[in-house]
Design a protein around this ligand. Structure first.
Ligand SMILES: C[S@@+](CC[C@H](N)C(=O)[O-])C[C@H]1O[C@@H](n2cnc3c(N)ncnc32)[C@H](O)[C@@H]1O
Length: 259
């Protein structure tokens, strides 16, 4: 592939990600978006090109070169990028912090939409369960996330038996985890669908939708499988006693009788 094809693919997949967030996760013009493992800012690039998007975006990654590039090329007052030096045997083997010890630098209940595109496909199971708990912490009630996976399910078993998958997964880590390369398990790591659903639910999120991807002849448009999760509930109303206390205070510049 030449550079032009690479650029075209970068743009095409970015646009596809925005469409997924609109269709499946309620992305709106005003959304606060969190992009975990943002890489070279493919989603940010697409959101910046989208004339309908006037919300905010925060993307973080474990590789400084990605984040430097994003800061240089995707600067916008509504967009922020951050680097956290997290260990990943494939991407950042010298990383200082274990993924399961990291609290994302994002306020609780501040995010409408989370994207994890091609990130859980490179992470160990215990780190995924921690990241899902972080998703729950930062999502607003009613907010949603889209995470891509390689899901092991009956569809995959059938496709694998017929040799119709993007990768063979000959190696097994445990009953619910398989991988492609013995020397580099995090290159492509796949999880049983029931394990993923249980991990989402034990983070007190709800799986709303699963869309099977082309990698295992699943029929969806995307290559990887998509799992959409939801933090249920509504923002709690402001506490009534605080509201009443505000009302009983005289307004600035007015006397207690309203004059
Ligand atoms: C295949 S790339 C996908 C990048 C981007 N999401 C996209 O769709 O273009 C995987 C990214 O996940 C990042 N990553 C790996 N482990 C991570 C972790 N524990 N936390 C955050 N990002 C991670 C890598 O540095 C890399 O940029």
């Amino acid at each position: 592939m030449n550079d032009h094809d690479d650029d075209a693919k970068f743009v095409e997949i970015g646009d596809e990600q925005v469409q997924q967030l609109r269709d499946l996760a309620g992305l709106s013009a005003q959304s606060a978006v969190l992009d975990v493992g943002c890489g070279y800012g493919r989603l940010a690039h697409a959101l910046l090109r989208d004339p309908d998007f006037r919300g905010t975006y925060y993307g973080f990654d474990i590789l400084p070169k990605h984040i430097e590039w994003c800061k240089q090329h995707l600067a916008d007052h509504r967009f922020r990028f951050g680097h956290i030096d997290i260990l990943n045997a494939r991407y950042n083997p010298e990383g200082q912090r274990a993924p399961s010890s990291v609290r994302w630098p994002v306020r609780r209940r501040s995010v409408d939409v989370i994207m994890l595109a091609s990130v859980f496909t490179h992470m160990w199971p215990e780190d995924i369960t921690h990241y899902l708990r972080q998703c729950r912490r930062v999502l607003r009630p009613g907010g949603r996330g889209v995470a891509t996976f390689f899901l092991l399910n009956d569809n995959w078993r059938q496709a694998a038996a017929e040799g119709r998958t993007g990768y063979p997964l000959p190696y097994q880590l445990n009953a619910s985890t398989r991988y492609f390369r013995e020397d580099d398990p995090l290159h492509v790591i796949a999880y049983e669908q029931h394990w993923v659903i249980e991990a989402v639910e034990s983070a007190r999120l709800r799986v709303e939708h699963v869309q099977l991807g082309r990698w295992a002849a699943g029929g969806g448009e995307a290559w990887q499988d998509l799992v959409v999760f939801h933090r249920q509930g509504r923002e709690p109303p402001p506490r009534l006693d605080a509201y009443e206390a505000r009302l009983s205070r005289p307004l600035a510049g007015q006397g207690a009788d309203g004059t």
